[in-house]
Design a protein around this ligand. Structure first.
Ligand SMILES: *Cc1c(COP(=O)(O)O)cnc(C)c1O
Length: 436
């Protein structure tokens, strides 16, 4: 008995030491080193749950929207394990391997026809860098080197490295801080929210057209998150906006880039939003590996690849050290196969239904400005910035992991979430809203 007690105390001491070192030495995302916000210790993960500070909570975040199959999935675990036993990594310069080729084949198969040239990058932000580089090199290659700017819409998010930051929402803080340093891009208005009505849609489209026409000789490409703006504000807009972008891009010789790092692999109810409107360049990331390893992909059309070949160097000037990492490729293929073998469309539809029904009553709570859902995404927008610490504490106390930002408390659960877990998640969101 006393021995067991000693073991428990030892473990608790170990946890405290871990957290103390973390606090002193490790940077967390968007966090001060000197005044760090509290972090919680994860000691396990299985299914849709995380073991946080010693108790199991439902993960409403899918580890930043990536873990669509949940944690410790036997098929995904096996994919990584099997690859480790062959080889973990080799350079991709001058060498290739079956995991990369199989993944490339899968990506060409599952994405819309025409997107058939694949660049494997190591993170979402890097894939956006590569997409931008492709667009600029393409314009150079076809003899339009003066076309160097990107057009995007306000309210977007494309990553944290410099070019992605330059097309991220200019009101989000990144721009004022880096003004003079970031490439200056062209910003159109936020697309009207889905269902806003044809009047709003038409005036937005006309404004966009005017902007494109005015700046066409400077513009290389249009880049957006199609249908759903994620980290820039969780806004769902009409796919008509994408059709207009496609038409304008074609008419004026710009490339259309879709950043589907968040929307890809079924999150909005479409396997890819690109099935509605096909872009010239497509970025994928996040759920690509089922949340197991960092990997992203850029797919483009043959015509773009050919255009790039006409640029000075004739090649895409990019080649990360860990390009095409075999373990990441193997688990990505396994994750895609798992997704396609599942009835994901009805899973996403049923998650949507339960989220919509469960979140609707929150509309009546004080401080709530809006409640919305799209696919397997549920959003509660407050009329004030969320008190993240209070909201997170309340959620964890209710057995749920959430990570609100700005004025948003939201969830993007794993697709395999059970109804009982989803109900617990809804309860956690309610508690977070009340506290936040
Ligand atoms: C997360 C995200 C990125 C950045 O991906 P990282 O892997 O974090 O670099 C880019 N674009 C969108 C739409 C994202 O959601």
């Amino acid at each position: 008995m006393r021995k067991a007690q000693a073991v428990v105390e030892e473990a608790a001491r170990g946890r405290l030491e871990t957290l103390a070192f973390d606090r002193e030495h490790l940077w967390h995302p968007y966090t001060s080193m000197t005044e760090p916000a509290p972090v919680r210790l994860v000691t396990g993960a299985r299914g849709c749950e995380l073991e946080v500070d010693g108790r199991w909570v439902v993960d409403g975040m899918s580890s930043w929207w990536a873990a669509i199959h949940g944690y410790r999935h036997p098929v995904l675990d096996a994919a990584v394990r099997d690859q480790v036993e062959r080889f973990s990594h080799v350079m991709f310069g001058g060498l290739t391997h079956e995991p990369a080729v199989t993944l490339g084949r899968r990506l060409v198969d599952v994405t819309p026809t025409g997107l058939e040239r694949v660049f494997l990058a190591d993170s979402g932000s890097v894939s956006v860098e590569v997409a931008v580089k492709m667009a600029l090199q393409y314009q150079r290659g076809i003899g339009r080197p003066e076309r160097r700017k990107l057009l995007t819409v306000r309210g977007g998010y494309h990553g944290d490295t410099f070019h992605p930051m330059s097309v991220t929402d200019p009101d989000g803080g990144m721009h004022t801080m880096w003004s003079g340093l970031l490439p200056e891009q062209v910003f159109a208005q936020v697309p009207p929210r889905a269902g806003a009505g044809t009047g709003h849609l038409e005036s937005w489209m006309l404004a966009l057209e005017r902007q494109v026409v005015r700046r066409r000789d400077e513009l290389a490409a249009i880049i957006v998150e199609p249908l759903l703006q994620g980290a820039g504000g969780m806004r769902h807009y009409d796919s008509e906006c994408l059709r207009v972008m496609r038409d304008l891009a074609d008419e004026h010789g710009l490339l259309l880039i879709f950043d589907e790092i968040a929307t890809g692999f079924g999150r909005t109810g479409h396997l890819f939003v690109s099935e509605l409107v096909t872009p010239d360049i497509l970025c994928l990331g996040k759920a690509l590996t089922g949340g197991y390893l960092s990997l992203a992909a850029v797919l483009t059309k043959d015509a773009v690849a050919r255009g790039i070949s006409g640029s000075e160097s004739g090649v895409v000037m990019h080649g990360p050290t860990f390009m095409g990492n075999p373990m990441a490729c193997a688990v990505a293929t396994a994750s895609i196969d798992l997704l396609l073998a599942s009835d994901w469309p009805s899973r996403v539809a049923s998650i949507n239904e339960r989220l919509a029904t469960g979140l609707e009553p929150l509309q009546e709570l004080p401080g709530v400005k809006d409640v919305r859902t799209v696919g397997a995404v549920g959003v509660v927008q407050l009329d004030h910035p969320v008190d993240v610490v209070a909201a997170t504490d309340a959620a964890v106390a209710a057995g749920v992991w959430l990570r609100p930002f700005r004025d948003l408390i939201y969830t993007m659960p794993p697709y395999v979430i059970a109804d009982e877990e989803l109900d617990r998640l809804l309860h956690g969101i309610t508690e977070a809203v009340k506290a936040g």
